[in-house]
Design a protein. Structure first.
Length: 255
């Protein structure tokens, strides 16, 4: 047999071995449980967990550093692992923040959105390896998307549908997204009314919804909608650090 023939066989065998190893890694990642034990809900985060257990529509208002989205993702992964739901769809608006617009970005759509998707993925890699996340995305168990891609779509039953940074959705966009949800799904809205940093100013869709379906008294704010549970965390729940906590106190008027 010629040397060239042997080399071709070797390359073919290498490709086969790589394929087998990738399949083994894929299967291992599919079977490995998520690393959820390290996270322990604290303070009013427990109310988020209870709401997700008992209601099909949950709204969470919390300041920066309170861990609202991490808590929601952690609970959603628990629900998936327990077999109560089949998939997580995580949606977040592409919002340009800062004082100046970045301008036109080169590249195709994937290139332009890669940083946005990567930011969403980081919330999940706190609880799993990158390999597990890649596997979950490939299987359709975890889906990252944008509001732009959900017009006319239906969020299937068995889905935990998480809408993050809802203060940056307009009222009509938030309405459109909430209308996508089927029965036997869980809809969770996360927001911070003090973090409306978008260059393109728009009405706060989350606050608009809360004004429609909650009432406020001297003690707090409560839902008047049977399907909906409202949870509000204050600056005292900030877990990021002393400076972060003090800044949120100053800018929210809570002293």
């Amino acid at each position: 047999m010629s040397r060239n023939r042997v080399k071709k066989l070797d390359k073919h065998q290498e490709r086969e071995l790589r394929g087998v190893q990738q399949e083994i890694n894929y299967n291992n990642n599919s079977k490995t449980k998520y690393d959820l034990s390290w996270f322990k809900p604290r303070g009013r985060q427990v109310e988020i967990v209870n709401a997700m257990d008992n209601f099909s529509w949950v709204g969470v208002q919390a300041p920066s550093g309170a861990g609202k989205t991490s808590c929601v993702v952690w609970k959603a992964l628990n629900l998936i692992q327990e077999g109560k739901y089949d998939r997580i769809v995580f949606c977040k608006n592409v919002t340009e923040v800062g004082d100046d617009a970045i301008g036109l970005l080169k590249g195709d759509l994937d290139d332009k959105l890669s940083a946005h998707y990567e930011h969403m993925r980081v919330l999940f890699t706190d609880f799993m390896t990158k390999g597990q996340l890649e596997c979950a995305e490939k299987n359709g168990n975890i889906v990252f998307t944008l509001p732009n891609f959900l017009l006319g779509a239906t969020v299937k039953k068995g889905t935990v549908f998480i809408l993050d940074e809802c203060q940056n959705y307009s009222p009509m966009t938030l309405k459109l997204l909430m209308e996508r949800v089927s029965d036997d799904s869980l809809l969770v809205l996360c927001a911070d009314k003090y973090q409306s940093y978008a260059i393109k100013k728009r009405p706060n869709g989350f606050q608009d919804l809360i004004d429609r379906i909650t009432v406020k008294d001297d003690i707090g704010r409560y839902s008047k909608e049977p399907l909906f549970q409202y949870v509000e965390l204050t600056t005292s729940e900030n877990q990021r650090g002393a400076i972060s906590k003090r800044v949120t106190e100053i800018y929210s008027g809570e002293y």
